[in-house]
Design a protein around this ligand. Structure first.
Ligand SMILES: *Cc1c(COP(=O)(O)O)cnc(C)c1O
Length: 453
């Protein structure tokens, strides 16, 4: 078949496709980018134009695109086998990877259950937590506590523990019952308080919720340190640790969703490390394969795992699995990803980049329509506001964040916002020069969109 032109591809895309999280009516009118290749930290479209991948292809890419070492690992695996089932069979890659992962996750986690995306990893965590209590004879513990502004994926179970009205409210009739705790969103504190004089009142509220539902709560699900899709909401120092202590005190399972934060994004391998937190269950996906292939994992402690052991007649088995669980090609990418972290000392080499990012963000924070800049490691959210003094947001339909991101395309950058929070989350392999360019361009784009008279 002859290679289709950009115009042909764009026409077919707009005629046949339905893109995720996309208002297709406006998509059909836009000039869309069609990416054909990737090189290092750049995406290259069918017209040959290069775009710095400022959000790591939706928070997944770690070492850049076309990384030889990962490419070779996948090709090597392809020469052996592309897929064999994990239901009733095993394979070397998955076994080796499990040990590599357990060596780096927070202490206490001793088992890996594979799946293929973040939402399923969370579904698995929820079902495991519920069944854990069932299996040890406490079936009355069925409630889950989660946070306002939480995002754990788009399947019904994951949406049930989500807390983003815009994404989730439509599906309410389908969702299971949860109890929502306040978001640790200091810039717009729901309790009307200020850190640190608040004494972490939002965490204490979680304690109140657990106390008033004593013996009924199975688990608490949380994005450690930063609520990502909810708007890059950073929890204040001590919050996560306080949550860990509260869940321990009430004997509730702590489920840490590290799907966005895992694999170096926050400057540590996992966000839980920032406050030395050891969850009972932890999920990972996005960066686990270096951003190459869909792989996810749910980790549990030995205590949770042991509750599922028993004779067949006891029916304690975890009846859950996905057809492509532990796909060997994906697993090969994961192993290569972790080897690169070690070989290239990725975490240590992030330090100067994180410092540079912080400096550049200082200038952006001073702009007239920037309400707050939130950064942890290589994750940055820039919240735009119509009025800095009153924190008044822009009208939703003006799509101010989206317009800023569109503006950066002129500078050869691809980024994607969360409403009016401009997100920067480049691959960990971004160079200091590229990072400076990204910051300068974003600063210019924010000024061009928000300071035009
Ligand atoms: C992206 C995300 C998910 C969902 O992952 P998918 O692979 O898109 O299903 C879950 N939890 C968090 C914290 C995420 O950021």
């Amino acid at each position: 078949m002859k290679k289709p032109t950009y115009a042909q591809l764009a026409r077919m895309d707009k005629s046949y496709l339905w893109h995720p999280f996309t208002q297709m009516e406006s998509w059909e009118k836009e000039e869309i980018l069609i990416i054909e290749r990737g090189r290092g930290n750049y995406l290259i479209d069918v017209k040959g134009r290069r775009y710095l991948d400022g959000v790591s292809s939706l928070w997944t890419n770690v070492h850049g695109h076309g990384k030889r070492y990962i490419d070779a690992a996948i090709k090597g695996q392809l020469g052996r086998i592309a897929h064999s089932t994990f239901l009733g069979l095993s394979h070397p890659g998955a076994i080796v990877l499990s040990k590599m992962l357990l060596d780096i996750v927070p202490p206490g986690l001793e088992r890996v259950f594979y799946s293929d995306n973040g939402a399923t990893a969370v579904e698995i965590a929820i079902k495991m937590a519920l069944q854990y209590w069932h299996n040890i004879g406490e079936p009355q513990r069925y409630l889950f506590v989660s946070l306002d502004n939480a995002y754990h994926g788009d399947t019904i179970g994951s949406v049930s523990v989500g807390g983003i009205g815009l994404f989730h409210s439509t599906y309410k009739p389908l969702l299971f019952e949860t109890v929502k705790a306040p978001s640790p969103y200091c810039y717009r504190c729901g309790l009307g308080l200020e850190y640190p004089s608040c004494g972490l009142a939002c965490a204490r509220k979680v304690g109140d919720i657990l106390a008033s539902n004593e013996g009924k709560v199975a688990g608490l699900v949380i994005e450690p340190m930063i609520q990502a899709a909810g708007g890059f909401i950073l929890s204040p120092p001590g919050y996560l640790k306080a949550i860990e202590e509260i869940t321990k005190r009430h004997g509730v399972l702590l489920i840490a969703d590290e799907v966005a934060t895992g694999f170096g994004r926050t400057g540590r391998m996992f966000a839980c490390e920032h406050e030395h937190v050891s969850p009972d269950i932890m999920t990972a996906a996005k960066g686990i394969s270096g951003g190459y292939l869909p792989v996810a994992a749910t980790f549990t402690t030995g205590r949770v795992y042991d509750a599922f052991l028993g004779g067949y007649g006891e029916k304690k088995t975890f009846y859950h699995g996905h057809t492509y669980t532990a796909n060997p090609l994906g697993v090969a990418a994961c192993i290569a990803n972790l080897e690169l972290f070690r070989k290239e000392r990725v975490i240590r080499r992030l330090r100067p980049k994180i410092r540079l990012l912080k400096e550049g963000l200082g200038r952006i924070a001073a702009l007239e329509h920037v309400g707050e800049v939130r950064q942890i490691g290589m994750m940055t959210g820039i919240e735009l506001v119509r009025d800095r003094a009153t924190k008044e947001p822009y009208p939703f339909e003006q799509r101010t964040g989206a317009r800023v991101c569109f503006e950066t395309r002129k500078h050869g950058i691809f980024i994607r916002p969360l409403d009016d929070v401009v997100v920067l989350m480049p691959p960990l392999s971004i160079t200091e020069r590229q990072l400076s360019y990204l910051l300068k361009s974003v600063e210019g784009a924010i000024r061009a969109v928000t300071e035009q008279r």
